[in-house]
Design a protein around this ligand. Structure first.
Ligand SMILES: N[C@@H](CCC(=O)N[C@@H](CS)C(=O)NCC(=O)O)C(=O)O
Length: 306
């Protein structure tokens, strides 16, 4: 594997360094294995911060496929959670005298991890509001939960792949930067349009569900924070049209601005963010399309992301 992906700065900086340091003590019930630069990790990190969940953060380099990491996650990707079931800090009931080894479990995939954390730490009095609308009795709640999953899926299958296709664009590619930008902007515009059209309070925002921050916001927040990398590295940048130059789209992009301005200021998002120049360094390998990461290789081959 090329050195480029294994020579990453080995620790977070700035606010994320402080957040990691405040969660560095041994905590067997819940450990998050992550990499400071990784947007998928930031999703899980944001949920932990939102809900103030007791945990240990363990910084690793996922490109070095160390055995203890692969034992937890055979896919070898961060975020990875290590969980000890039966501990008192989750909703699971403690079983006395059991074999703790058997209760040691792992989970991976950022979307699965985020939903798990929201469910495992569901006590609203202790962990704050649920991030996915919860409850089965109310048909509106059940609908909003499904709708949230639909738009989480939009972020996962459309927006995120579009981000890498644009960021990894180089002049020798078989597609133009304009085309990559158009596809990416289409995904963002559709997201903003859905917020604008949404029934009830979602329309006014600032969040996807209106006044309530939720998992749809979590899914996209790390890439919203990383949009500046496209402006930094790619000619023409992200290309969101400027206010007053949006033609018939003034309203829809204004709704995007409202969401974006709120998300970059969200405490949990800021708390899990390192120093800006460190991302510029870390993403050079994407911008030059030399990364050996699985996301980078899949983008290069036109395959769906790992
Ligand atoms: N689908 C996964 C993607 C996770 C992912 O790609 N993580 C990257 C870091 S940002 C990783 O661990 N890469 C290791 C590699 O590519 O070898 C998720 O949502 O958790």
């Amino acid at each position: 594997m090329a050195q480029i992906d294994t020579s990453l700065l080995p620790h977070p900086t700035g606010a994320a360094a402080r957040f990691a340091a405040s969660h560095s003590s041994e905590h067997p019930p819940l450990k998050l294995y992550g990499g400071w630069f990784c947007p998928f990790v930031q999703r899980a990190w944001i949920v932990l911060a939102e809900k103030n969940v007791p945990h240990q953060y363990v910084e690793i380099n996922p490109y070095k496929k160390e055995k203890h990491f692969l034992d937890l996650n055979p896919r070898g990707l961060v975020p990875t959670l290590s969980i000890e079931l039966g501990s008192s800090s989750t909703t699971a009931t403690a079983t006395a005298g059991g074999n703790t080894k058997e209760k040691q479990r792992a989970l991976y995939e950022s979307t699965v991890i985020c939903e798990y954390l929201d469910e495992a730490y569901a006590d609203e009095a202790r962990y704050g509001p649920r991030l996915l609308p919860a409850g089965d009795g109310d048909e509106e709640v059940v609908y909003q939960r499904a709708r949230s999953r639909l738009w989480m899926n939009h972020v996962v299958t459309r927006v995120v792949p579009g981000f890498y296709r644009l960021l990894q664009h180089t002049p020798e590619k078989g597609y133009s930067i304009e085309e990559a930008r158009e596809v990416f902007l289409k995904g963002l515009r559709e997201f903003a349009q859905e917020m604008l059209d949404s029934p009830g309070s979602g329309r006014g925002g600032p969040w996807f569900l209106g006044e309530r921050f939720g998992l749809v916001d979590v899914m996209l927040a790390p890439w919203a924070k990383r949009l500046f990398l496209i402006d930094h590295y790619k000619p023409g940048g992200v290309g969101i049209p400027k206010k007053g130059e949006r033609g018939g789209d003034e309203e829809v992009w204004a709704r995007w601005d409202r969401w974006f301005d709120a998300v970059v200021e969200r405490e949990s998002v800021k708390a899990t963010w390192s120093e800006e120049d460190k991302y510029i360094e870390a993403y050079k390998r994407y911008a030059e399309d030399t990364t050996q990461s699985e996301v980078g290789q899949a983008t290069r081959k036109g395959l769906s992301l790992p």
